[in-house]
Design a binder for this molecule. Structure first.
Ligand SMILES: Nc1ncnc2c1ncn2[C@@H]1O[C@H](COP(=O)(O)OP(=O)(O)OP(=O)(O)O)[C@@H](O)[C@H]1O
Length: 342
Protein backbone atom coordinates (compact mmCIF):
# COMPACT_ATOMS: atom_id res chain seq x y z
CA UNK A 1 0.00 0.00 0.00
CA UNK A 2 1.47 3.41 -0.90
CA UNK A 3 1.41 6.44 1.41
CA UNK A 4 -1.60 8.03 -0.30
CA UNK A 5 -3.67 4.90 0.30
CA UNK A 6 -2.67 4.75 3.96
CA UNK A 7 -3.97 8.24 4.74
CA UNK A 8 -7.47 7.81 6.17
CA UNK A 9 -10.12 10.00 4.52
CA UNK A 10 -10.95 13.22 6.40
CA UNK A 11 -13.97 12.66 8.66
CA UNK A 12 -17.30 14.15 7.62
CA UNK A 13 -17.89 15.49 11.14
CA UNK A 14 -15.03 16.57 13.36
CA UNK A 15 -15.83 17.81 16.87
CA UNK A 16 -12.89 19.17 18.92
CA UNK A 17 -12.84 20.25 22.55
CA UNK A 18 -16.59 20.91 22.72
CA UNK A 19 -17.82 22.35 26.03
CA UNK A 20 -21.31 23.57 26.85
CA UNK A 21 -22.13 25.28 30.13
CA UNK A 22 -25.61 26.49 31.03
CA UNK A 23 -26.31 29.19 33.61
CA UNK A 24 -27.28 27.48 36.89
CA UNK A 25 -29.10 28.90 39.91
CA UNK A 26 -27.47 31.94 41.50
CA UNK A 27 -25.72 31.30 44.81
CA UNK A 28 -26.19 34.65 46.50
CA UNK A 29 -24.49 37.08 44.10
CA UNK A 30 -22.31 34.40 42.50
CA UNK A 31 -23.48 32.87 39.20
CA UNK A 32 -23.15 29.07 38.91
CA UNK A 33 -22.70 26.90 35.84
CA UNK A 34 -24.09 23.54 34.78
CA UNK A 35 -21.14 21.71 33.20
CA UNK A 36 -23.29 19.84 30.65
CA UNK A 37 -20.47 18.93 28.22
CA UNK A 38 -16.74 19.31 28.93
CA UNK A 39 -13.94 19.03 26.40
CA UNK A 40 -15.53 16.40 24.15
CA UNK A 41 -13.84 15.40 20.87
CA UNK A 42 -14.93 12.81 18.31
CA UNK A 43 -15.12 12.33 14.56
CA UNK A 44 -17.48 10.47 12.23
CA UNK A 45 -16.46 9.15 8.81
CA UNK A 46 -18.85 9.56 5.88
CA UNK A 47 -21.37 6.72 5.70
CA UNK A 48 -20.65 5.66 9.29
CA UNK A 49 -22.69 5.64 12.50
CA UNK A 50 -21.26 6.85 15.78
CA UNK A 51 -23.22 5.74 18.85
CA UNK A 52 -23.29 8.14 21.81
CA UNK A 53 -24.25 6.28 24.96
CA UNK A 54 -24.57 7.18 28.64
CA UNK A 55 -27.12 7.57 31.41
CA UNK A 56 -29.64 10.39 31.59
CA UNK A 57 -27.90 13.74 32.17
CA UNK A 58 -24.55 12.67 30.66
CA UNK A 59 -24.75 15.44 28.02
CA UNK A 60 -25.77 13.42 24.94
CA UNK A 61 -28.68 15.62 23.81
CA UNK A 62 -26.68 18.77 24.50
CA UNK A 63 -24.06 17.57 22.01
CA UNK A 64 -26.76 16.86 19.39
CA UNK A 65 -28.34 20.26 20.04
CA UNK A 66 -24.94 21.99 19.72
CA UNK A 67 -24.43 20.39 16.28
CA UNK A 68 -27.70 21.83 14.98
CA UNK A 69 -27.01 25.12 16.82
CA UNK A 70 -29.98 24.83 19.17
CA UNK A 71 -27.51 25.55 21.98
CA UNK A 72 -24.36 27.68 21.80
CA UNK A 73 -21.16 25.95 22.93
CA UNK A 74 -18.93 27.68 25.44
CA UNK A 75 -15.85 26.52 23.51
CA UNK A 76 -14.70 24.05 20.88
CA UNK A 77 -15.07 23.59 17.15
CA UNK A 78 -17.47 21.60 14.96
CA UNK A 79 -16.45 20.99 11.36
CA UNK A 80 -18.64 19.41 8.71
CA UNK A 81 -16.79 18.49 5.54
CA UNK A 82 -13.96 20.74 6.76
CA UNK A 83 -16.23 23.80 7.23
CA UNK A 84 -16.62 25.49 10.61
CA UNK A 85 -20.28 25.01 11.60
CA UNK A 86 -20.25 27.29 14.66
CA UNK A 87 -18.48 30.24 13.01
CA UNK A 88 -20.57 30.18 9.80
CA UNK A 89 -22.85 33.15 9.16
CA UNK A 90 -25.51 34.07 6.59
CA UNK A 91 -25.89 31.89 3.50
CA UNK A 92 -23.07 29.55 4.58
CA UNK A 93 -24.74 28.98 7.97
CA UNK A 94 -28.06 28.19 6.24
CA UNK A 95 -26.33 25.74 3.92
CA UNK A 96 -24.58 24.00 6.83
CA UNK A 97 -27.87 23.90 8.75
CA UNK A 98 -29.44 22.11 5.78
CA UNK A 99 -26.67 19.51 5.82
CA UNK A 100 -27.31 18.43 9.44
CA UNK A 101 -30.81 17.08 10.15
CA UNK A 102 -32.26 15.86 13.43
CA UNK A 103 -34.81 13.19 14.33
CA UNK A 104 -36.09 13.63 17.88
CA UNK A 105 -37.28 11.04 20.38
CA UNK A 106 -40.94 11.80 20.48
CA UNK A 107 -42.75 11.68 17.13
CA UNK A 108 -45.93 12.77 18.98
CA UNK A 109 -44.62 16.17 20.00
CA UNK A 110 -42.09 16.80 17.23
CA UNK A 111 -44.73 16.82 14.46
CA UNK A 112 -47.12 19.77 14.12
CA UNK A 113 -50.62 18.31 14.73
CA UNK A 114 -52.25 20.92 12.44
CA UNK A 115 -50.12 20.10 9.41
CA UNK A 116 -50.63 17.26 6.98
CA UNK A 117 -47.82 14.76 6.57
CA UNK A 118 -47.18 16.14 3.08
CA UNK A 119 -46.74 19.72 4.34
CA UNK A 120 -44.53 18.51 7.20
CA UNK A 121 -42.20 16.56 4.92
CA UNK A 122 -42.14 19.38 2.33
CA UNK A 123 -41.29 22.12 4.83
CA UNK A 124 -37.46 21.79 4.82
CA UNK A 125 -37.54 21.95 0.99
CA UNK A 126 -39.73 25.09 1.19
CA UNK A 127 -37.41 26.70 3.77
CA UNK A 128 -34.27 25.99 1.76
CA UNK A 129 -36.00 26.80 -1.56
CA UNK A 130 -35.07 23.43 -3.00
CA UNK A 131 -36.26 22.16 -6.41
CA UNK A 132 -38.08 24.42 -8.86
CA UNK A 133 -41.52 24.80 -7.32
CA UNK A 134 -44.26 23.34 -5.16
CA UNK A 135 -45.29 20.66 -7.72
CA UNK A 136 -41.70 19.39 -7.87
CA UNK A 137 -41.47 19.38 -4.08
CA UNK A 138 -44.74 17.45 -3.78
CA UNK A 139 -43.37 14.89 -6.22
CA UNK A 140 -40.29 14.60 -4.01
CA UNK A 141 -42.54 14.19 -0.92
CA UNK A 142 -44.14 11.17 -2.60
CA UNK A 143 -40.69 9.67 -3.30
CA UNK A 144 -39.61 10.27 0.29
CA UNK A 145 -42.73 8.56 1.64
CA UNK A 146 -41.93 5.57 -0.58
CA UNK A 147 -38.37 5.57 0.70
CA UNK A 148 -39.44 5.34 4.36
CA UNK A 149 -42.05 2.64 3.67
CA UNK A 150 -45.22 4.76 3.83
CA UNK A 151 -48.03 4.85 1.26
CA UNK A 152 -48.05 8.00 -0.87
CA UNK A 153 -51.62 8.67 0.28
CA UNK A 154 -50.21 9.27 3.78
CA UNK A 155 -49.35 12.79 2.52
CA UNK A 156 -52.95 13.97 3.12
CA UNK A 157 -53.20 12.54 6.64
CA UNK A 158 -52.58 14.25 9.99
CA UNK A 159 -50.17 12.96 12.68
CA UNK A 160 -53.00 11.87 15.05
CA UNK A 161 -54.25 9.44 12.37
CA UNK A 162 -50.93 7.54 12.38
CA UNK A 163 -49.27 4.99 14.69
CA UNK A 164 -46.06 5.83 16.61
CA UNK A 165 -43.92 3.92 14.11
CA UNK A 166 -45.59 5.65 11.14
CA UNK A 167 -45.02 9.03 12.76
CA UNK A 168 -41.36 8.28 13.25
CA UNK A 169 -41.16 7.31 9.56
CA UNK A 170 -42.64 10.75 8.77
CA UNK A 171 -39.95 12.39 10.95
CA UNK A 172 -37.28 10.46 9.04
CA UNK A 173 -38.77 11.46 5.65
CA UNK A 174 -38.77 15.09 6.83
CA UNK A 175 -35.12 14.81 7.91
CA UNK A 176 -34.23 13.37 4.49
CA UNK A 177 -36.11 16.12 2.63
CA UNK A 178 -33.28 18.64 3.01
CA UNK A 179 -30.84 16.10 1.49
CA UNK A 180 -28.56 16.16 4.56
CA UNK A 181 -25.08 14.63 4.96
CA UNK A 182 -25.46 13.95 8.68
CA UNK A 183 -28.55 12.94 10.65
CA UNK A 184 -28.56 13.28 14.43
CA UNK A 185 -30.87 10.58 15.84
CA UNK A 186 -31.64 11.58 19.42
CA UNK A 187 -33.30 8.63 21.19
CA UNK A 188 -35.25 8.26 17.93
CA UNK A 189 -36.51 4.78 18.72
CA UNK A 190 -36.82 5.08 22.52
CA UNK A 191 -40.56 5.82 22.69
CA UNK A 192 -41.56 2.94 20.41
CA UNK A 193 -42.56 -0.67 21.17
CA UNK A 194 -39.69 -3.13 20.88
CA UNK A 195 -40.83 -4.65 17.56
CA UNK A 196 -41.47 -1.21 16.01
CA UNK A 197 -38.07 -0.06 17.36
CA UNK A 198 -36.41 -2.89 15.44
CA UNK A 199 -38.27 -1.98 12.22
CA UNK A 200 -37.19 1.67 12.48
CA UNK A 201 -33.58 0.73 13.22
CA UNK A 202 -33.55 -1.58 10.20
CA UNK A 203 -35.07 1.18 8.04
CA UNK A 204 -32.34 3.59 9.19
CA UNK A 205 -29.63 1.07 8.30
CA UNK A 206 -31.15 0.41 4.87
CA UNK A 207 -31.35 4.15 4.18
CA UNK A 208 -27.72 4.51 5.24
CA UNK A 209 -26.61 1.82 2.78
CA UNK A 210 -28.76 3.23 -0.01
CA UNK A 211 -28.01 6.94 0.43
CA UNK A 212 -24.56 6.90 2.08
CA UNK A 213 -25.91 8.74 5.14
CA UNK A 214 -23.87 9.45 8.25
CA UNK A 215 -25.53 9.14 11.66
CA UNK A 216 -24.90 10.30 15.19
CA UNK A 217 -27.03 7.78 17.11
CA UNK A 218 -27.77 9.06 20.61
CA UNK A 219 -29.23 6.51 23.03
CA UNK A 220 -29.12 5.24 26.59
CA UNK A 221 -29.89 1.75 25.20
CA UNK A 222 -26.66 -0.26 24.89
CA UNK A 223 -28.23 -2.96 22.72
CA UNK A 224 -29.65 -0.41 20.25
CA UNK A 225 -26.27 1.35 20.07
CA UNK A 226 -24.49 -1.94 19.42
CA UNK A 227 -26.95 -2.81 16.64
CA UNK A 228 -26.62 0.57 14.91
CA UNK A 229 -23.05 1.81 15.37
CA UNK A 230 -19.65 1.34 13.77
CA UNK A 231 -18.01 3.22 16.64
CA UNK A 232 -19.19 4.08 20.13
CA UNK A 233 -18.53 6.96 22.53
CA UNK A 234 -19.40 6.41 26.21
CA UNK A 235 -20.15 9.53 28.28
CA UNK A 236 -20.66 10.24 31.96
CA UNK A 237 -21.46 13.63 33.50
CA UNK A 238 -20.54 15.51 30.32
CA UNK A 239 -17.15 13.80 29.87
CA UNK A 240 -15.79 11.12 27.56
CA UNK A 241 -15.12 7.85 29.36
CA UNK A 242 -14.25 5.51 26.52
CA UNK A 243 -14.42 5.26 22.74
CA UNK A 244 -13.71 2.48 20.29
CA UNK A 245 -15.04 0.40 17.44
CA UNK A 246 -18.28 -1.29 18.47
CA UNK A 247 -16.79 -4.80 18.30
CA UNK A 248 -13.79 -3.92 20.49
CA UNK A 249 -15.66 -1.86 23.02
CA UNK A 250 -18.45 -4.37 23.56
CA UNK A 251 -16.06 -7.34 23.65
CA UNK A 252 -13.59 -5.70 26.07
CA UNK A 253 -15.05 -2.68 27.85
CA UNK A 254 -12.03 -1.09 29.56
CA UNK A 255 -13.49 1.73 31.65
CA UNK A 256 -15.12 0.75 34.97
CA UNK A 257 -18.10 2.96 34.04
CA UNK A 258 -18.64 1.13 30.73
CA UNK A 259 -18.26 -2.18 32.57
CA UNK A 260 -20.92 -1.11 35.08
CA UNK A 261 -23.29 0.03 32.32
CA UNK A 262 -22.86 -3.27 30.48
CA UNK A 263 -23.26 -5.38 33.58
CA UNK A 264 -26.65 -3.75 34.19
CA UNK A 265 -28.11 -4.96 30.86
CA UNK A 266 -30.18 -8.10 31.47
CA UNK A 267 -28.91 -11.19 29.66
CA UNK A 268 -31.47 -12.74 27.34
CA UNK A 269 -30.13 -16.23 28.15
CA UNK A 270 -31.48 -17.23 31.60
CA UNK A 271 -28.59 -19.71 32.15
CA UNK A 272 -25.86 -17.07 31.86
CA UNK A 273 -28.07 -14.36 33.42
CA UNK A 274 -28.11 -16.29 36.72
CA UNK A 275 -24.31 -16.42 37.01
CA UNK A 276 -23.66 -12.95 35.73
CA UNK A 277 -21.73 -10.53 37.91
CA UNK A 278 -23.64 -7.30 38.21
CA UNK A 279 -21.81 -4.14 39.24
CA UNK A 280 -24.17 -1.88 41.15
CA UNK A 281 -22.91 1.65 41.41
CA UNK A 282 -23.21 3.24 44.80
CA UNK A 283 -24.78 6.69 45.25
CA UNK A 284 -26.18 9.18 42.76
CA UNK A 285 -24.18 10.92 40.03
CA UNK A 286 -22.57 14.10 41.39
CA UNK A 287 -24.12 17.46 40.50
CA UNK A 288 -23.04 18.88 37.13
CA UNK A 289 -22.92 22.24 39.00
CA UNK A 290 -19.87 21.04 40.90
CA UNK A 291 -18.30 18.03 39.16
CA UNK A 292 -15.45 16.17 40.95
CA UNK A 293 -11.86 17.01 39.98
CA UNK A 294 -9.93 14.59 37.79
CA UNK A 295 -12.05 11.64 36.72
CA UNK A 296 -15.69 12.64 37.28
CA UNK A 297 -16.63 8.99 37.78
CA UNK A 298 -14.21 8.46 40.67
CA UNK A 299 -16.80 9.18 43.40
CA UNK A 300 -18.80 6.11 42.31
CA UNK A 301 -15.98 3.99 40.91
CA UNK A 302 -15.09 0.68 42.60
CA UNK A 303 -11.50 0.99 41.31
CA UNK A 304 -10.83 4.60 42.35
CA UNK A 305 -7.50 5.52 43.98
CA UNK A 306 -6.20 8.91 45.18
CA UNK A 307 -4.52 9.66 41.83
CA UNK A 308 -7.93 9.63 40.11
CA UNK A 309 -8.45 13.16 41.51
CA UNK A 310 -5.66 14.36 39.16
CA UNK A 311 -6.25 15.19 35.44
CA UNK A 312 -6.98 11.95 33.57
CA UNK A 313 -4.72 10.94 30.70
CA UNK A 314 -6.02 9.10 27.67
CA UNK A 315 -5.07 5.40 27.76
CA UNK A 316 -4.81 3.28 24.62
CA UNK A 317 -6.59 -0.04 25.09
CA UNK A 318 -5.94 -1.34 21.58
CA UNK A 319 -6.05 -0.05 18.02
CA UNK A 320 -8.91 2.42 17.73
CA UNK A 321 -9.96 1.93 21.35
CA UNK A 322 -9.12 4.39 24.13
CA UNK A 323 -10.33 5.05 27.68
CA UNK A 324 -9.92 8.00 30.03
CA UNK A 325 -8.94 5.99 33.09
CA UNK A 326 -5.66 5.30 34.88
CA UNK A 327 -6.93 1.92 36.13
CA UNK A 328 -7.57 0.50 32.65
CA UNK A 329 -6.13 -3.00 32.54
CA UNK A 330 -6.00 -3.35 36.36
CA UNK A 331 -8.35 -5.77 38.02
CA UNK A 332 -10.34 -5.10 41.16
CA UNK A 333 -9.02 -6.40 44.46
CA UNK A 334 -11.30 -9.07 45.98
CA UNK A 335 -12.32 -6.76 48.88
CA UNK A 336 -13.27 -3.90 46.57
CA UNK A 337 -15.11 -6.32 44.28
CA UNK A 338 -17.18 -7.60 47.21
CA UNK A 339 -18.26 -4.05 48.03
CA UNK A 340 -19.54 -3.34 44.53
CA UNK A 341 -20.56 -6.60 42.89
CA UNK A 342 -23.80 -8.21 44.01
N1 LIG B 1 -31.11 24.49 28.99
C1 LIG B 1 -30.50 23.98 30.06
N2 LIG B 1 -30.27 24.72 31.16
C2 LIG B 1 -29.65 24.20 32.26
N3 LIG B 1 -29.20 22.93 32.31
C3 LIG B 1 -29.41 22.14 31.25
C4 LIG B 1 -30.07 22.61 30.07
N4 LIG B 1 -30.13 21.56 29.17
C5 LIG B 1 -29.54 20.52 29.77
N5 LIG B 1 -29.10 20.85 31.01
C6 LIG B 1 -28.37 19.99 31.95
O1 LIG B 1 -27.23 19.53 31.27
C7 LIG B 1 -26.92 18.19 31.64
C8 LIG B 1 -26.86 17.32 30.39
O2 LIG B 1 -28.19 17.19 29.87
P1 LIG B 1 -28.53 16.37 28.53
O3 LIG B 1 -30.00 16.53 28.29
O4 LIG B 1 -27.60 16.78 27.45
O5 LIG B 1 -28.21 14.88 28.97
P2 LIG B 1 -28.65 13.52 28.25
O6 LIG B 1 -27.51 12.60 28.40
O7 LIG B 1 -29.14 13.82 26.87
O8 LIG B 1 -29.82 13.04 29.17
P3 LIG B 1 -31.35 12.69 28.77
O9 LIG B 1 -31.27 11.39 28.05
O10 LIG B 1 -32.03 12.62 30.08
O11 LIG B 1 -31.80 13.86 27.90
C9 LIG B 1 -27.99 17.77 32.63
O12 LIG B 1 -27.50 17.96 33.94
C10 LIG B 1 -29.13 18.73 32.34
O13 LIG B 1 -29.92 18.94 33.49
Amino acid sequence: MDAAQETPPAPLLDVRGLSVRFPGPREGRRPSWVHAVEDVSFAIGRGQTLGLVGESGSGKSTIGNALIRLVTPTSGTVRLGGRDVLAARGAQARELRRRIAMVFQDPYSSLDPRRTVGATVREPMDVHRMLSGRAERNRRVAELLDLVGLLRETAVRYPHELSGGQRQRVSIARALAADPDLIVLDESTASLDVSVQAQIMNLLRELQDELGLTYLFISHDLAAVEHMSHRVVVMYLGRLMETGTTDHLYARPAHPYTQALMSAVPDTDPATEKNRERILLGGDPPSPLDPPSGCVFRTRCPMAVDECAEPVPQTTVSDNHVAWCIRTGDSLSPERLRRFVH
